[in-house]
Design a protein around this ligand. Sequence first.
Ligand code: ATP
Ligand code: MG
Length: 443
Amino acid sequence: MRLSRYFLPALKENPAEAQIASHRLMLRAGLIRQEAAGIYTWLPAGLRVLRKIEAIVRDELDRAGALELLMPTLQLADLWRESGRYEAYGPEMLRIRDRHERELLYGPTNEDMVTAIFRAHVKSYRALPINLYQVQWKFRDEQRPRFGVLRGREFLMKDAYSFDLDEAAARRSYRRMFVAYLRIFARLGIRAIPMRAETGPIGGDLSHEFLVLASSGESAVYCDRDALDLPIPGDDLDYGGDLEPIVRQWSSLYAATEDVHDIERFEREVPAERRLQTRGIEVGQVFYFGTKYSQPMKAAVTGADGAEHAIHGGSYGIGVSRLVGAIVEAGFDEAGIVWPEPVAPFRVGLINLDPADAAVAAACENLYAQLLARGVDVLHDDTGERAGVKFAHMDLLGLPWQIVIGRRGLERGIVELKRRATGERIELAPDDAAARFTMHGNE
Ligand code: ATP
Ligand code: MG
């Protein structure tokens, strides 16, 4: 992409409403624009990040055997009356009437609807297990939308729902999602720690929240420092195998949010030097809730014994749009955002230092074409701005790599390659700079 042709409406001033770094930096870099409290437009560069996160989430869930569908954002109130939680949900639910005075709502979550879908089409245990997921916008009329996309009112969530014949099978489904979450967050380039959690309005008896540690986080968390170094299952993971040892290893270390924190246990189980007391951002949650929805909604299958069994369910959310902010909170510096490579809006920023010089422009065009041919996302700053402005802008945007091409360097046959995260720079020949990037990695 050429910056001169791009739509990246960066702000010059710090936006007054932004209280935390990710909100400020996302507005300043031109990734999002607020339309109403907690409601945002995703501008082109921000949307690229959102889409990259979605793609990783989908890829891993597909590997774990989940099936993607897409349910509507609007749901009938009657469906929620059937599951018994229409009244209970409270003012966070946006209730709507259509022209026929039918009561609708903008879905804050989808257990009810997916249970109705399952109930209509699955009758036998032979079809189980089933895990259905979607990546869809949700609306919750939060009392205090704040911190930009971290606590929006309209937000993008990946929500998955598992259906099993009994509790033992449902716990296997739960473990599959637990392990998929470990891998998803690692693949996004962040560390999210599973913590024991309260089950809240969705209900149930087994739940973990996954939190990214950040001082700006809304939740106080208490955990064993060793959880920061536990291994993440590798690419060779077999989702069909026994995942219990992995889940046991993670859940044997103390990690809890303030809601369920047990100070005596914490002090008993964790040696003082390993006690970590900090804050975190919830980026995902996994629940096993048994027959909470299948009972009232009569979602049952015939078992091998010929009898009807209410299915055992779980639901599994990831805050896709919240993750964009959480990833920024986990990695920024005074100059701006520092994206992990897998989710950066572009992997490379190509800076033309002397746009009026024909030789420099030709070298930039050549490198730009080579990178594109290699399948590398690149943002080419071909504008007429001053060098200082270009550097500051590229640092603010936080692309993992910068390639700087100027007249003086070219006279010596070199360009400069800078790694945003460390500031480390090397000089190399233009063709060698291109050759360092391949579709999937750097050499
Ligand atoms: P919170 O405690 O932060 O309000 P929650 O526990 O109510 O979240 P869940 O029902 O578990 O949220 O939703 C699944 C995921 O959706 C959460 O883990 C979070 O990442 C994301 N999420 C929930 N509420 C919001 C919101 N208002 N804005 C952005 N993301 C959200
Ligand atoms: Mg939650």
